[in-house]
Ligand binder design. Structure first.
Ligand code: ZN
Length: 244
C-alpha cells in the first residue's frame, strides 16, 4: 500500500493511466544496480530516484574533475576532487529521502560484481567504455537480470533493453573487440547526448517494470544532429552466450 505521503508526492504520475496506484506500487519495490556515475549515470539516477523506486546501488571509481561538468549534472564546481559516489549519495538522498541510495567505490570485474547483484531487479550500464558494457551484459546473462545498456559518442547514441532468457543481448548485436585500445583518448561528447540517453535508460527501467512497450529485441539509434530516432529489430543469436 502506498502511504498518504507517497500518494501526494507521486500524484502527477499516479494520474497517468499507464501508471496509476498499482504502477506506483510496482515502482516502489524496484531495486536497481547502476554501473557508472558519469554522463549517462547522472540523469539516469536523478529520474529513477525522482520516480520513487525502492533502492539504487551505484558503483563508480572516479573523482569529479572540471571537464566532467559539461555533462555530469550530478556534480558542480564545489565537488571537484571529491569522489563521485560520495557526492551522488548526498545529492540523491536529499533529492528523495524515500529511496535507499547505496554507493560503492569499486572497479567492476567478474568477481567484484558478485557481491552487488544479490536481490537486484535490474543492472544498468552507465559506463563510458565497451569493456564494461560487455561485462555488464555477461553478468546480466549469467544471473538472469534484466539489463539496459546505452552508448554515446558526440551527438549520437544507442540503447537496448535485455531480458536475457527471452531477448537478444548486447553480445548478439555487437562483437566484443579483441583488444581495447586504451590510448585512443577521450571521445567527443556534448552533454545533451548522455542527458537524453541516460534519461531513456531510466525510462526503460520504468516501462519494463510496468510491463509497457520497451526496447527488448530493439536497438534504438539516436542521431541528434538530424534528430532521427531509428529502431532496429534484433533477433536472438542461437550461438550467443545468452542462448546457452
Ligand atoms: Zn546474446
Amino acid at each position: 500500500m502506498l502511504s498518504k505521503h507517497q500518494k501526494e508526492r507521486y500524484s502527477r504520475q499516479i494520474l497517468s493511466p499507464f501508471i496509476g496506484e498499482d504502477g506506483q506500487e510496482k515502482l516502489s519495490k524496484i531495486k536497481v544496480l547502476q554501473i557508472g556515475a558519469g554522463g549517462l549515470g547522472s540523469p539516469f539516477a536523478f529520474y529513477l530516484v525522482a520516480v520513487g523506486i525502492r533502492e539504487l546501488t551505484i558503483i563508480d571509481n572516479d573523482t569529479v574533475s572540471i571537464s566532467n561538468l559539461q555533462r555530469q549534472i550530478l556534480y558542480n564546481e564545489n565537488h571537484i576532487g571529491i569522489e563521485k559516489i560520495q557526492v551522488a549519495k548526498e545529492v540523491l538522498s536529499n533529492f528523495n529521502s524515500e529511496v535507499t541510495i547505496n554507493v560503492y567505490k569499486d572497479y567492476i570485474d567478474e568477481n567484484s560484481i558478485k557481491k552487488y547483484i544479490i536481490d537486484q531487479d535490474f543492472i544498468v550500464d552507465c559506463s563510458d567504455n565497451f569493456k564494461t558494457k560487455f561485462l555488464v551484459n555477461k553478468i546480466a546473462v549469467e544471473y538472469n537480470l534484466k539489463c539496459v545498456i546505452a552508448g554515446i559518442k558526440d551527438f549520437f547514441g544507442q540503447i537496448m533493453t535485455i531480458d536475457p532468457k527471452r531477448t537478444a543481448c548486447y553480445q548478439c548485436v555487437f562483437n566484443e573487440p579483441e583488444t581495447i585500445n586504451q590510448e585512443s583518448g577521450p571521445l567527443p561528447v556534448i552533454g545533451v547526448t548522455p542527458g537524453i540517453l541516460g534519461t531513456l535508460e531510466a525510462l526503460e527501467v520504468i516501462k519494463t517494470s510496468l510491463g509497457l512497450p520497451n526496447l527488448e529485441n530493439k536497438l534504438l539509434m539516436v542521431n541528434l544532429i538530424n534528430l532521427m530516432f531509428d529502431k532496429i529489430d534484433l533477433v536472438k543469436n542461437e550461438n550467443c552466450i545468452c542462448s546457452r
